[in-house]
Ligand binder design. Sequence first.
Ligand code: ATP
Ligand code: MG
Length: 238
Amino acid sequence: RMSLPKITTGSKNLDTLLGGGIEVKTITELFGEFGSGKTQICHQLAVNVQLPPEKGGLSKRAIYIDTEGTFRWERIEAMARAIGMNPDEAMENILYVRAVNSDHQMAIAEELKEIIPKENIGLVVVDSITGHFRAEYPGRENLAVRQQKLNRHLHQLMSIAELFDVAVVVTNQVMARPDVFYGDPTVAIGGHVLYHAPGIRVQLKKSRGNRRIARVVDAPHLPESEAVFAITEAGIRD
Ligand code: ATP
Ligand code: MG
């Protein structure tokens, strides 16, 4: 695993927690409550994937599938500037797609097979992976169908990660449950998309001010520890 290329998050603490950064050929699920930093990390990764390998990138481009309309080009500009990257180039190297519903989201995932090899893609972001599915299949009575569709979507993304050597990062909003943060995360409200799938699940939690706490869940090859990072105007930092 150590030999797989990785993308830096911008935070040394978070990178260390992840064994060096966000891995290619892997799905990484960022889950946590609103404002915990999922979207900000996704923006940062879409910038950092463009860095040369010696600076923590892959010298590749990103595809950003936005299902909630929370993507901001201004954040890309600010994050790029902060690391001395040309902001216009940084933006050109992000292929932005807005997914309007779950069928559209899955259709986009299907198209990735054609897009990725042509466009030098190193990172695929799906922010969030669960939003449309939860809205369209609400409640317990739809749980089975929702899970079935989500699983199909996950398999699309898994085969993409493996076929094309890209990192796939998905987000999943989960209600704050302080009582389960250190316990069994699978009982957290909303459940976890990667519960039955291979990948790395990173739980994010708000701390004081701009501080956030990350914890890797159920990854035997990574240490059972947590990392503190910050969301700043410049991006994700220690
Ligand atoms: P949700 O579940 O609602 O999508 P999220 O986990 O995606 O939440 P983010 O949008 O990543 O949360 O984080 C929002 C936080 O990021 C804000 O509360 C703010 O503290 C911080 N933030 C956003 N933009 C900036 C900025 N320009 N400068 C500093 N901090 C910022
Ligand atoms: Mg978000």
